[in-house]
Design a protein around this ligand. Structure first.
Ligand SMILES: [Zn+2]
Ligand SMILES: [Zn+2]
Length: 323
């Protein structure tokens, strides 16, 4: 009888112990996923060069796939920084595909709303989406638009952009190179100058920082060698690096002088980054593809680049920032 009672007591205690373990593990997992749910993330809203995919007047095989209904469009390069805890979204560049990208955000981050826009430069793929904020469309009120000094003057002194300023649709927020802007107590953004064809404005890339986690965004740069910083050092300092992948190689645009539109060719970047350890290559995600670049669609070249350890940006990709 005593034995039986003892055995029941042991079974009860074992049950209680194992019962207590599972909820604790669940709680920890819940806590982790809960903190992830509230951590900011970067959402890829577009991957194409300024002119998008397909490109106007394009009769190439690559574009025919779209005109014949075999491929869907690719939006112009843009990323969104979504912060669920403050229910805010900051866009990096306002592209000609702004309306579609805003709609993507409504689906992917329904509880957050557009809080501000950081501009990289005054080439058509990077700011002309601002027109959607104007009188004829959204009629926004004092939306924060962060811009460098020449970019600010360009918007203030040229129509139709000056109307956005004069009507109070946008509120220009001055940026200085290498000076960070605090978006929340944990989240900051720092612009830095990069060499590019600066006809109307300077060109910047951005570094997004959340606690110990950081991301580099450089959609346009002439050549890595022209920069006064070593790209490898900059990659080393961050967790993610979204880099200019406009052209695959030097033969991509027959009939165009490609030295007039310099970008680091994917092939050049692959050679340059070849000696980096795999852990560094994995940080790199190429973006801003010309319509002629095979990386813009599923292709053997895309598979090849991914096999080497790099990432190739796709619309809807989400990069989670963690403390
Ligand atoms: Zn561009
Ligand atoms: Zn550009």
């Amino acid at each position: 009888m005593v034995n039986l009672l003892l055995r029941r007591l042991i079974i009860f205690m074992l049950g209680a112990c194992s019962g207590a373990e599972t909820p604790l593990q669940d709680q920890l997992a819940d806590k982790q996923s809960n903190s992830q749910r509230h951590s900011p993330f970067v959402l890829i809203l577009g991957i194409a060069q300024d002119a998008g995919y397909p490109q106007a007047n394009c009769e190439k095989e690559q574009c025919k796939k779209y005109w014949q209904g075999e491929e869907h469009a690719r939006y112009v390069s843009s990323i969104a920084l979504v912060d669920p805890s403050s229910q805010s979204v900051w866009l990096f560049d306002a592209t000609p595909d702004f309306k579609h990208q805003l709609q993507m955000l409504k689906i992917q981050a329904p509880e957050s709303s557009l809080t501000g826009i950081f501009l990289t430069h005054a080439h058509i793929g990077h700011y002309t989406g601002l027109m959607q904020l104007g009188h004829e469309v959204m009629s926004a009120s004092d939306l924060a638009v962060y811009a460098m000094p020449k970019m600010t003057t360009f918007l203030q002194t040229n129509g139709p952009w000056s109307q956005l300023v004069n009507y109070g649709n946008i509120s220009l927020q001055p940026l200085q190179a290498d000076q960070f802007i605090n978006l929340t107590s944990m989240l900051s953004v720092t612009p830095f100058l990069v060499p590019h064809r600066d006809e109307y404005s300077e060109t910047v890339g951005y570094k997004i920082q959340y606690g110990g986690s950081s991301l580099l965004y450089i959609p346009d740069i002439d050549k890595w060698e022209k920069w006064d910083r070593l790209i490898e050092n900059e990659i080393n300092k961050v967790n993610f690096a979204l880099l200019d992948g406009t052209f695959y190689d030097a033969n991509e645009l027959p009939g165009r002088n490609m030295s007039e539109i310099p970008h680091p060719f994917i092939q050049e970047s692959l050679v340059r980054f070849n000696s980096l350890p795999l852990s560094e290559k994995k940080k790199i995600m190429f973006i801003h593809f010309n319509h002629t670049n095979p990386l813009i669609l599923d292709s053997p070249e895309r598979e090849y680049v991914e096999k080497l350890g790099y990432r190739v940006a796709k619309e809807g990709d989400k990069i989670q920032l963690t403390m």
